[in-house]
Design a protein around this ligand. Sequence first.
Ligand code: DWN
Ligand code: ZN
Length: 416
Amino acid sequence: MKEIREVHNCRVCDSKNLYEFLDLGFLPIPNGFLTRLDLKKTEKKYPLVVLFCKDCSLVQLKYIVNPEVMFKNYLYIPSISQTRLNNFQTLAADALRYMKGITKQSLIVDIGSNDGSLLNVWKNRGHQILGVDPAENLVTIAELNGIRTELGYFTSALARKLKKKYGPAHVIFATNVFAHIDDIVDFLNGITHFLDDEGIFISQFPYLADLVQENQFDTIYHEHLSYFSVRSLLKLAERTNLEIFSIEHSDLDGGSLKVFWKRKMNKSLIIQTKKINSFLNREEREKLYRVATYDAFSERVRRLRTDVKKKLFSLKQKKNIIIGYGAAAKGNILLNYFHIGTNIIQYIVDSTPYKQGRFTPGTHVPIFAEQKMRETQPDYMIILAWNFKDEIMKKNRRYSSQKGKFIICIPSLTII
Ligand code: DWN
Ligand code: ZN
């Protein structure tokens, strides 16, 4: 694949009826954290433009960056947040609810397994596990943690090899990575092939309805190619030999969908039509199938940019020390799109060891471990990882008891 591909047809329904509603400009890849040496080089930037399919209501990026640019060496790990680790426990309980006959010999697979945090839950329960991930650095870390991991992108071709080598999978997970896949039909064909006849596939990713309602524009970035409505998911399933038998809502990442899939021929699991329809009703109610909804969303995003910049510049003028908390990928979209860099933020703290000592892509804000806050005693902390605001505010009770204030920009500018 070339470095960038332009989308002309909808990934789900092949329609050309695509409506462009948001252009965030040319931005660096959101996990492209820079070393000090990198700061001297010219940074690559890629267009971030968003389309709405008028036929199936999938929201998708107009330009696809070659995954090798984004995922070969990946600095994000999920194990930093307790909230996310708790979600992996919940997902395990969900799987066990539907897979009563699961044994220690059952194979549990995670696609986009990163450092192996999700599979660790299953390893501790004594199951057979297998991770699949394209990031060389993460596969090394996972293997060191005792998580068996295959390096690569999950496709139908890879699924054939994996099934031959390891046998059928009883539960397959794909959290967030589901939104990263360009050829999603081939991906699902791979799942069908790898899955045991009675097995289940659980995908989890941010929900389009919450993204739109809560102005979560910073969840839109080069890694996330698709933003699914339930309507678009049902359309997608029609093109495969898989069937969605249940959908649940999770509060994770500002609102996510947990989608439960099975083979069409597997009749042992009942399709929970009422639950699925309740999502479709919400989507109708919130006008998620209308162009005007997306135009209004873009307008709110532009207004948010004006509000936040105005407030931050005024705080800075009054000589306040402002820092960021959580060098999240989404934070990099917000900073770049809002043009907020070292002019406003002194530094960002993040617990991820691989991000510390680096600089944010595009805006070049230095990243430190949390201890740095003791040296400078900031007045304001922008919680860039707003999806973990509760966890972060709890951790920083001392800061707030010493009159430190939190700033949260999503869904609207809030100072606590
Ligand atoms: O979909 C994706 C999600 C799951 O993860 C990927 N495409 C990329 C990535 O997105 P993100 O970077 O926006 O994810 P998070 O999990 O919202 O990032 C939170 C950041 O904040 C991490 O760098 C860890 C950091 N953090 C911290 O330093 N202290 C988080 C918590 C809760 C903390 O206490
Ligand atoms: Zn479509």
